[in-house]
Each structure stands twice: as structure tokens, then as C-alpha cells.
Design a protein around this ligand. Structure first.
Ligand SMILES: [Mn+2]
Length: 195
């Protein structure tokens, strides 16, 4: 089983995350950001990744610190669970609709972090959460998971639908990228000898 636990506490936030990449999609997500809980539940369920999160933070300021620190800690946890990445497919892609919205996510677990976030400037809040903070969340996550992550909103109207499609696409793309490839099971999916 590829699992990991990471705990991270600062003066601003206190986060503990437990992950199992070879799970069944069981989740127990407790952050004080209701819309993010909804997104992480979907991520776990569709990614077949078991995920337990306990988080608190200085949300009386705003949600920025907690969103960014959750991205950092989830990225660290994914990286730790992947360990030496032996046998993984490495690449993953998913394009997922949610009613009128369509979002594409492409992942390369290359060891070189990069976020391409092709999202028209979206303004607005979902359950009090400013949606621009999702870019900060995914940037922190890609940096700490050492993941090349491309997110493109092809089109969409409703903010809830756009971000729900984004998290489902992220889940499906990651599920593929971390899956074990029978052809590569003996080694690393690179001609370089390390990832
Ligand atoms: Mn929903």
C-alpha cells in the first residue's frame, strides 16, 4: 500500500493529512471551509484515494493561509506516498464535464513542479471562499508534490460546476498517473534513470 501521513503546524494553520493512493475512495475531510470539503470529498471518491484531513487555521483573517497550507500539505503527502515512484504510469489526463462546464487536467509526475493554470480570471465566492484562491491551492500542491500540473477550463458558466469539474478531472488524472503500469512495473518510467 502506498500511504503516508504528514502533519504541519505553523502560527497560522494546523493540518494533518493521511492518504492511501491504493484506496477505495473513502474520505473523512474536516476543514473549516465547507466548499473545499465538498471538493476534496469528490477528489477522494473519484480518484479512489483514501483521504483523511483535519485542519484548522486563522480563518478569521480570511481563507488564504489555510488554502495555501492545505495545498502544501496535500502535495507533501502525495509525494511521500509515491516514494520512489517505481512502476507508475507517470502521465495522466482527464477531461470532465459538469453540465455546461468542461475542464481538462493533465499531469506529469516528473519531479519538476510546474502549474499551468489556464482559467479566465474568475471572480466570486463559493460558500464564502474566493475562487481565485484555488490557483494558490493548486500552485502550492504542484510545488510540493513535484508535479507538472496543467489545468484548463475549456468553458463553463456556473462557478460551482467549473470547480467541481476541475476537482473531478484532477482526481481522474492523478488516479491514472499514479497507477501501476504493467510494462513499467520493473523500473522507473524515464530514460534518465531517476525521477
Ligand atoms: Mn456540487
Amino acid at each position: 500500500m502506498r500511504n503516508a501521513v504528514v502533519e504541519r503546524a505553523t502560527k497560522e494553520t494546523d493540518i494533518s493529512i493521511e492518504i492511501n493512493l491504493d484506496g477505495k475512495g473513502n474520505y473523512d475531510i474536516n476543514t473549516p471551509i465547507p466548499f473545499l470539503n465538498h471538493m476534496l470529498n469528490l477528489f477522494s471518491f473519484h480518484g479512489l484515494i483514501d483521504l483523511k484531513i483535519k485542519a484548522t487555521g486563522d480563518i478569521e483573517v480570511d481563507y488564504h493561509h489555510l488554502m495555501e497550507d492545505l495545498g502544501i500539505t496535500l502535495g507533501d503527502t502525495i509525494k511521500k506516498a509515491l516514494s520512489d515512484k517505481r512502476g507508475i504510469k507517470r502521465y495522466g489526463e482527464a477531461t470532465i464535464p459538469m453540465d455546461e462546464s468542461l475542464v481538462q487536467v493533465v499531469i506529469d509526475l516528473s519531479g519538476r513542479p510546474y502549474l499551468a493554470y489556464k482559467v479566465e480570471p474568475l471572480r466570486g465566492t463559493l460558500g464564502g471562499l474566493e475562487v481565485s484562491l484555488f490557483e494558490d491551492f493548486f500552485r502550492a500542491l504542484s510545488n510540493h508534490a513535484m508535479m507538472n500540473l496543467h489545468i484548463a477550463v475549456n468553458y463553463g458558466r456556473d462557478l460551482h460546476h467549473i470547480f467541481e469539474a476541475m476537482f473531478k478531472a484532477f482526481a481522474m488524472a492523478l488516479r491514472e498517473a499514479v497507477s501501476i503500469d504493467a510494462h513499467k512495473a520493473k523500473g522507473l518510467p524515464t530514460t534518465k534513470g531517476r525521477l
